[in-house]
Design a protein around this ligand. Structure first.
Ligand SMILES: [Zn+2]
Length: 217
């Protein structure tokens, strides 16, 4: 299959679009997903540069976020089946520690992230624990679904799970031009909060800034 891999850490010139082996099921709780869309996060840059997390085993297919169609599942998988349209949660924990037991796998000391510890979504196929596959509502395109996991789940955890945001409350969003900041702005406004957006520059840092800025008042 075709994929975007790195063979060494560094700048964008280290990205290679090349042929590589297709992933195969290695466990009864896994799924193989044929990717239709992948999104780009700042984390991918850190993975490419080798500046976050643990050193990658190279070569490595980058990409944390993606969406596609389930191509194959292991024998014990119950939540998805081949043909399902799914969005991928990129992070997996050990499944045994106190954080994994309370749906806080992002705090697990043995967490693994697509594109960093495992081959990621800049590819035709990806292997992932089936429990990380979630059905896409029919109204969402693959591209829209692929843009959700890293930023929106992070923001949901911050604003809704931890802060328990209520309508009418104020939210100060620092660095509103990035993915996390713009997602926080949209969710805060959607839930009736008063969003105060701050940024170190008037320049947009992503292409959707103009639309989000219009709802910040
Ligand atoms: Zn764990």
């Amino acid at each position: 299959m075709k994929a975007v891999r790195i063979h060494e850490h560094g700048g964008a010139d280290k990205l290679r679009f090349e042929d590589c082996p297709e992933p195969e099921l290695a466990g009864v709780y896994e799924a193989i997903v044929k990717l239709e869309a992948a999104s780009i996060n700042r984390r991918d840059i850190g993975s490419r540069c080798g500046t976050i997390g643990t050193p990658a085993i190279l070569p490595r297919i980058l990409g944390a976020d993606g969406a596609g169609v389930v191509a194959a599942v292991g024998g014990q998988v119950k939540n998805v089946k081949p043909g399902d349209r799914v969005c991928l949660y990129p992070l997996s924990g050990c499944g045994r520690c106190e954080f994994c037991a309370t749906d806080r796998e992002f705090m697990c000391g043995k967490r693994r992230v697509l594109g960093e510890h495992e081959n990621g979504t800049y590819a035709r196929y990806v292997r992932i624990p089936a429990r990380n596959c979630f059905a896409i509502p029919s109204a969402l395109t693959f591209a829209e679904a692929a843009a959700l996991p890293s930023v929106y789940l992070t923001v949901w955890r911050m604003l809704m799970t931890n802060a328990e945001l209520k309508p009418g409350e104020h939210v100060l969003i620092v660095g509103v031009g990035g993915g996390i900041g713009s997602a926080a702005l949209l969710l805060a406004v959607h839930f009736g909060a008063r969003a105060i957006a701050a940024s170190g520059s008037d320049e947009p840092t992503n292409s959707s800034w103009g639309r989000e800025k219009s709802v910040s008042a």
